[in-house]
Design a protein around this ligand. Structure first.
Ligand SMILES: [Fe+2]
Length: 231
């Protein structure tokens, strides 16, 4: 089931332009976050009844347990509350990817969910000097999807009116050879270059993807993804 027109209108009323915040987190906060990742990864390998780490050829996903989720929230709330103006609940997932994520949305499958903002906090890129991006497109879909879409009518093109230039005070563009071929059908709203201490925030309806790895010599990248719903 898709979200109702009324709910989508309510979600759209709170939407803002995707933004990059270059100096969002201090080094001590990042070190604490990395400590939580290591603890959760170790805990999982010992706790067979409740595996929260998924390891596959494409990389590792770690979902923090409730205690460490609270710790992450404590570290991040001061930074997030500057940008998220509505009451929200939050979830986290660490991703260590060896291959780039394709174009998708994280809009959720709950037809009643009041999806809100999501963001990425880069922790590590290997090799360090290589450039990798999370690319957020103007186009939006209000339930989770991959791309190409089976039903293109769910793209709400009419609401995508964000200006493309200097959205966050930077002019950096991504080279087209770093984008998957399907991206040629879409419009880049924010090319967020991964840099330790920075954070990108966008509305959950936006299609987004990682820039390509092999073309840029990327072996892996590790980041903390967060996702919110209005409560
Ligand atoms: Fe995503």
């Amino acid at each position: 089931m898709h979200k109702s027109k009324e709910l989508i209108a309510e979600i759209q009323a709170r939407e803002t332009s995707p933004q990059a915040y270059p100096r969002s987190l201090q080094e001590n906060a990042l070190v604490r976050i990395e400590g939580i990742l290591e603890t959760c990864r170790t805990m999982d390998s010992q706790r067979h009844e409740k595996l929260l780490t998924k390891e596959g050829p494409r990389g590792i996903t770690v979902h923090p347990d409730p205690k460490h989720k609270s710790l992450l929230e404590e570290i991040l709330r001061p930074s997030l509350d500057d940008h998220l103006k509505e009451p929200y609940s939050i979830d986290f997932a660490f991703h260590q990817n060896k291959f780039p994520y394709g174009i998708h949305t994280d809009s959720g499958y709950d037809e009643n969910e009041q999806i809100y903002k999501q963001g990425i906090i880069p922790l590590d890129v290997s090799p360090k000097e290589a450039s990798v991006y999370t690319v957020i497109f103007k186009e939006k879909v209000y339930h989770s999807t991959g791309f190409p879409l089976k039903d293109t009518s769910v793209i709400v093109r009419g609401c995508s009116v964000e200006p493309l230039q200097n959205m966050s005070g930077h002019t950096e563009k991504i080279e087209s050879y770093l984008l998957p071929p399907e991206a040629s059908q879409l419009t880049v709203a924010l090319p967020f270059k991964w840099k330790r201490g920075s954070m990108a925030i966008w509305d959950r309806a936006h299609l987004h993807c990682s820039s390509l790895f092999a073309e840029a010599g990327i072996e892996s990248k590790t980041g903390l993804m967060w996702i919110t719903r209005r409560v």
